[in-house]
Ligand binder design. Structure first.
Ligand SMILES: [Zn+2]
Length: 292
């Protein structure tokens, strides 16, 4: 995004360093993310938009594609691999090669709409993975859980009205992208939270809204848009969650998956911009995903 920007390579360095130093990395099976194909991207984005991004990718310098979102010469490749990670994870989990997967990727995806890049996002990694699981693996019902501090407006734009998907999200109200209060479809379970809410508000959202809807829906796979910017140390938002809140919600998601879909969960990284809090929160999330 440019020098000094919080959506920076150091985010992934902090995560991998912490996973190594805590010993968690040794419990994981690493995969390299392939690039998503045009066909795979086309399940979530218009072909015109995908072509535009390819055309606008600069050979040098930066191109601003949205007030918050810029491309440099490496951005398109990174975005293709980020979306491809969700596709590979869907393949691994759908085929039962792996029961759960975490995609440590950037750029994030959940603000990218069908036709537009925004909010540091280019391709909607989770939506690309979900549509791949539905269309290439013949699944009929997939849930998307999004606990990033910002509303996943891009995922909602792409998935609203798709009865094969139930999207359950929490987000801070009156915060970028200033959407989500009015759900765009009956398959959306949006819960806006007031600024300064702690993890208790997340627990209430899960118990009162998400859990009944998800149990009723009986997903065959659960995707997670795992953003960690609701952490109290993260200045991108104003919520006050801590590592244990991420562990708690992940355990609940895993329990739901065990109940409905042989434990199958694919999680993709979204936000999280305070590198130390991000790394600790991802570790709590991954530890709960693998039941360590
Ligand atoms: Zn965010």
């Amino acid at each position: 995004m440019g020098a000094g920007h919080p959506e920076c390579p150091g985010r992934l360095d902090a995560i991998s360093d912490h996973l190594v130093s805590t010993g968690l990395m040794g419990l994981l099976v690493p995969y390299d993310a392939p690039q998503a194909t045009r066909e795979q991207l086309g399940r979530a984005h218009s072909s015109l938009y995908v072509s535009e991004l390819f055309d606008r990718a600069p050979a040098e310098g930066y191109v601003q594609v949205d007030p918050d979102t810029a491309m440099n010469p490496a951005t398109l490749q990174a975005a293709l691999h980020a979306a491809g990670a969700a596709v590979l994870a869907a393949d691994l989990v759908a085929s039962k090669t792996m029961q759960r997967a975490f995609c440590a990727v950037r750029p994030p995806g959940h603000h990218a709409t069908r036709d537009a890049a925004m909010g540091f996002c280019f391709f909607n990694n989770a939506a690309v993975g979900i549509r791949h699981a539905l269309e290439a693996h013949g699944l009929e019902r997939i849930a998307l859980v999004d606990f990033d501090v910002h509303h996943g407006n891009g995922s909602e734009d792409i998935l609203a009205g798709d009865e094969r998907v139930l999207m359950a999200s929490t987000f801070q109200r009156d915060l970028y992208p200033y959407l989500g209060d009015t759900p765009l479809g009956p398959n959306m379970a949006n819960v806006g939270l007031p600024a300064r809410s702690t993890g208790e508000a997340l627990q209430e959202a899960f118990e009162c809204v998400w859990k009944p809807r998800l149990d009723d829906f009986r997903p065959q796979m659960i995707f997670v848009s795992a953003g960690f910017d609701a952490h109290r140390a993260d200045e991108m938002g104003g919520l006050r969650w801590v590592e244990e809140d991420y562990a708690w919600i992940t355990r609940r998601i895993v329990e739901l998956a065990e109940r409905h879909c042989d434990g199958r969960v694919v999680s993709t990284l979204e936000g999280g911009y305070e590198p130390f809090a991000l790394a600790r929160s991802v570790a709590a999330h991954v530890r709960a995903l693998i039941g360590a």
